[in-house]
Design a binder for this molecule. Structure first.
Ligand code: CA
Length: 230
C-alpha cells in the first residue's frame, strides 16, 4: 500500500519513512507543502500522513484543496499543537484523524491501519491480480499459477508498484524514487539488477511474460493483448 508523508522536519520525515517502509508500506516523502500538495493531487495514495505546520502551503490548505477536488484519500494530521480548536478545524476541513507530536510510532501505525480498514477506496483491495499472478498485500505473499514465490521486501515493493500501474511505462527514475527512495542520479543499475531478479522469479518459468523492457524508457508490467485471463 502506498502512503504519502508530508513533513518538513528532516529527522521526523526520515524516521517516518523508514519506520513505515519497514512496516511494509511504499512510502513517498514530500519535504514541503508544495511538493506534498502536488503529489497528493496527481498521484494515487491509500493514505496521507500530513504535517500541519509547513513553511509554504500548510496542511490545512492541502487537505482543503484535496477535498475540493473530490479526492477522498484518508488524511491523518500530525500536529504540534494540542488545542481543541485546531483539532476541530482539521476534522472540519476533511482530515480523518490527527495525532499530536510527539507521538509513539506504534500509535501512528495503529491509527494508519484503522483508517485504511475504514476507507473503502478501490485501491484498498487486499489482493492484486494480473493474469495468474496474485499479490496478497497484508501477508506479503506472491504466487503465480498457484505456486508460491519468495520475494525480498524490495522485490515485493517493486512488483506491487508495477502491478498497481500495469500498462504504464515506469521510468527508472520513478521506480528509484518510489521503491528505493533514491534520486535518478544515483546508481540506477540497482533497478536493472532488481528487475532481472524479479523476472527470474515471476516470469522465467511462466507464460505469458509479464515484465517488459521498454527500450530507452523503462519497464512496464502488462499481459500482452489476447493473453489476459481472469
Ligand atoms: Ca512541520
Amino acid at each position: 500500500m502506498r502512503l504519502l508523508v508530508v513533513e518538513d522536519e528532516v529527522k521526523t520525515g526520515d524516521y517516518l519513512r523508514q519506520g513505515l517502509s519497514e512496516a511494509g508500506f511504499l512510502v513517498g516523502l514530500a519535504r514541503n507543502g508544495l511538493d506534498g500538495h502536488h503529489l497528493a493531487m496527481t498521484e494515487t495514495f491509500d493514505l496521507i500522513v500530513l504535517d500541519v505546520m509547513l513553511p509554504d502551503v500548510d496542511g490545512w490548505r492541502i487537505v482543503q484543496s484535496l477535498r475540493a477536488a473530490g479526492r477522498q484519500t484518508p488524511v491523518l494530521f500530525l500536529t504540534a499543537r494540542d488545542s481543541v480548536e485546531d483539532r476541530v478545524k482539521g476534522l472540519e476541513l476533511g482530515a480523518d484523524d490527527y495525532l499530536v507530536k510527539p507521538f509513539a510510532f506504534a500509535e501512528l501505525l495503529a491509527r494508519i491501519r484503522t483508517l485504511l480498514r475504514r476507507s473503502s477506496t478501490p485501491v484498498m483491495s487486499e489482493q492484486l491480480r494480473v493474469a495468474d499472478l496474485t499479490l496478497d498485500l497484508p501477508k506479503h505473499r506472491v504466487a503465480r499459477a498457484g505456486r508460491k514465490i519468495n520475494l525480498s521486501h524490495k522485490e515485493f515493493c517493486l512488483l506491487e508498484l508495477l502491478v498497481r500501474r500495469r500498462g504504464e511505462v515506469l521510468p527508472r527514475s520513478l521506480i528509484a524514487s518510489q521503491v528505493w527512495d533514491m534520486n535518478f542520479d544515483s546508481d540506477t543499475n540497482v533497478i536493472d539488477v532488481a528487475i532481472r531478479r524479479l523476472r527470474a522469479k515471476i516470469d522465467d518459468d511462466f507464460e505469458p511474460k509479464l515484465i517488459h523492457t521498454v527500450r530507452g524508457m523503462g519497464y512496464k508490467l502488462e499481459v500482452e493483448s489476447g493473453d489476459e485471463t481472469h
